[in-house]
Write a protein that binds this ligand. Sequence first.
Ligand SMILES: Nc1ccn([C@@H]2O[C@H](COP(=O)(O)OP(=O)(O)OP(=O)(O)O)[C@@H](O)[C@H]2O)c(=O)n1
Ligand SMILES: C[C@](O)(CO)[C@H](O)COP(=O)(O)O
Length: 239
Amino acid sequence: MSGAAASTRYWAVIPAAGGGTRMNSGRPKQYLSLKDRALIEWSIQPFLDAEWIDGVVLVLARADSEFARLPIARHPRILTTLGGGARAESVLAGLEVVAERSAGFKDVQVLVHDAARPCLHGSDMERLCEEADDDHGGILALPVSDTLKRARQHKIAETVDRAFYWRAQTPQLFRLEPLIRALKECAEHGLPVTDEASAMERAGYQPRLVRGRESNIKVTYPEDLQLAGFWLAQAQRRP
Ligand SMILES: Nc1ccn([C@@H]2O[C@H](COP(=O)(O)OP(=O)(O)OP(=O)(O)O)[C@@H](O)[C@H]2O)c(=O)n1
Ligand SMILES: C[C@](O)(CO)[C@H](O)COP(=O)(O)O
């Protein structure tokens, strides 16, 4: 990847240990079929296509018996480990594998990407690596375009100025060791974090917001699956 120092090593961690409760499909949503592939395969592919990424650590649920049956499971740059009860625990488990595999390298950057986001463009992932701050990291995100209301018991409490709000996506890019420390700190204090940036912000970092793409949706609810299929077709991504 252009711009990165030759000594910088890049890894990806893909949290894929969730149960897909909100999808209500009776199986983990990452294995639902999306244009002739499992959703998770689309999410992993941009990182395998990027040969400058040393490895992809996939974090699976203990009961996961599906991934091993996928063709992509045999890819030489994919490692797997077991996740935990919350996304942050799963991410931390994946980071520990990166730490083991990248021992000896000083400058290790990690891209954390939801397995539930199958429509990522590889070019956006590269742009994140180029535009993120070396020390503070960065995330793909989108400025809010709707008028934002703060709710109180299903009523409008106030309208907030949307100019100051962005919607966080993934990948989120951070240096390995500071991210491990930040997530461990949150875990030790029982602080639930829903993304890596939250942990880094709490540790005093100011991650850069790198504009993403509306199509980089997180497949969360049933209607999201059809939308993901639409965006993949728009990008003309082939299985
Ligand atoms: N304990 C968990 C929970 C979530 N994830 C992963 O984190 C990503 C984002 O989480 P989300 O969209 O909430 O997925 P689920 O937790 O599966 O969905 P739900 O909350 O509806 O159960 C997903 O790729 C999911 O597999 C994970 O690795 N470990
Ligand atoms: C990490 C994330 O995708 C950023 O928007 C989001 O926080 C994941 O939330 P989830 O509830 O674990 O899906």
